[in-house]
Design a protein around this ligand. Structure first.
Ligand SMILES: [Zn+2]
Ligand SMILES: [Zn+2]
Length: 399
């Protein structure tokens, strides 16, 4: 079976997350997005876990609310401030790991994403012993990620580097970036949203299409181990859109080449710090130009509400008009994945207008110009000629 899945989201119990992150909303919104399976996020948190228990249990790791299925997932932060994503085989294993992690945290339940005084290697061992699927979250972002802090898998995971099941690319990287690092060639790449709110321009803004022999923890396990099933495609933002794509000042957002940033000792003229971009970071670590033969395609798309906003000349994706057009498209065509990937462009034009249809096509054809993000500010897609005079660029996905 083929499924669309977003395996990394957060519940309302994580800091900085919308109060709307509830299962009911997630199931309704996820369906409209065209997603079949969502990660629960935050399953180590007692209050969120209680809500998981209220869902219909389909299998040990799979829960259901309305038409949406959820699999047990949580993000954990280790003492080096690196984030890791875990997928659990059952609630009893969630309980088991919670008990073990509790000994390494002053207050494990204070946040949906627990922070523990363990190294990546120690956490990898515990994940392995608990039978979890495990890998680094948003691996290339500068602040809280594997390659932001380390130069290799082994520097983070030590002797358990070979036990990592996947690598999450994050919004500022795609498969072509990660494939420049040969130690990643055997890993499955995940493209997840890391959504902090259920809005259609956040939830599943990146997702994966899997072919699974069975929608279960075991099905995913077999896929990650290369035994059965496959990743059909990764879908996500063009990396240039990510807020740390190029090296840029984190105060005034001036962009710098790698060489210039080095010669300035990573200090901007304004006095602010220049944050090394994911693109430069990947170049630094790159040791190959070859991609593995098996790597599935990475489809570059942005959320439909962002596309509509840009097409109609609105600076935000949540205006009344944008939401109305989005609603009409979803109602007529079915879900967002269908609109973005499969529906005839003529249908999109008929329902939402010429400009929206044209921009959907431009994204499918990958002919959209993007001004790269950097320093913490998202990239921008260049506006249509007709909008240029009033508003040269449309800002994209801020968190
Ligand atoms: Zn994270
Ligand atoms: Zn500056």
């Amino acid at each position: 079976m083929k499924i669309n899945t977003d395996l990394h989201i957060h519940s309302k119990y994580s800091s900085g997350v919308s109060k709307k992150m509830e299962f009911k909303t997630l199931s309704i919104q996820g369906k409209k997005k065209g997603i079949d399976l969502l990660g629960t996020g935050d399953c180590l948190h007692p209050r969120w876990k209680k809500k998981i228990k209220d869902l219909n249990k389909e299998r040990e790791s799979i829960f259901k609310k309305k038409e949406m299925k959820f699999i047990l997932t949580s993000e954990v932060e280790t003492k080096d401030r690196v984030h890791h994503l875990l997928i659990f085989p059952s609630l009893s294993k969630v309980k088991e790991l919670h008990e073990r992690l509790n000994r390494f945290s002053s207050n494990i339940d204070s946040d949906g994403r627990p922070r523990v005084e363990l190294s990546g290697e120690e956490l990898a061992l515990m994940a392995k012993e608990t039978g979890c699927l495990f890998g680094p979250s948003h691996a290339f972002t500068p602040y809280t990620a594997l390659y932001g802090k380390h130069d290799s898998l082994s520097s983070e995971y030590g002797k358990y580097s070979k036990d990592i099941h996947f690598l999450e690319l994050g919004l500022s990287a795609d498969s072509s970036y990660a494939d420049k690092i040969s130690e990643l060639h055997d890993l499955v790449y995940l493209s997840n949203s890391d959504a902090h709110s259920p809005f259609p321009y956040r939830l599943a803004r990146e997702f994966n299409t899997f072919s699974l022999h069975e929608l279960s923890f075991e099905g995913l396990n077999k896929l990650f181990q290369g035994k059965k099933g496959e990743v059909v495609r990764n879908v996500g933002l063009p990396p240039e859109e990510g807020k740390y794509n190029q090296s840029a000042c984190s105060s005034c957002y001036t962009h710098f080449s790698f060489e210039e940033a080095v010669s300035r000792d990573w200090r901007c003229t304004c006095g602010g710090a220049i944050k090394k971009g994911v693109k430069d970071r990947v170049e630094e670590l790159s040791d190959t130009n070859e991609s593995p033969k098996e790597r599935p395609p990475y489809i570059h798309l942005i959320p439909l509400q962002e596309i509509i906003a840009k097409a109609v000349g609105h600076s935000k994706p949540n205006t009344k008009k944008v939401k109305e057009l989005w609603g009409s498209l979803i109602e007529s065509i079915g879900d967002e994945v269908e609109v973005l990937c499969n529906a005839p462009v003529s249908d999109v034009k008929r329902i939402a207008g010429e400009q929206v249809g044209k921009l959907v096509k431009d994204f499918r054809d990958e002919t959209v110009d993007i001004r790269p993000g950097g320093g913490g500010r998202y990239g921008k897609i260049l506006a249509e000629e007709k909008n240029e005079s009033k508003n040269n660029q449309k800002s994209l996905t801020d968190f």
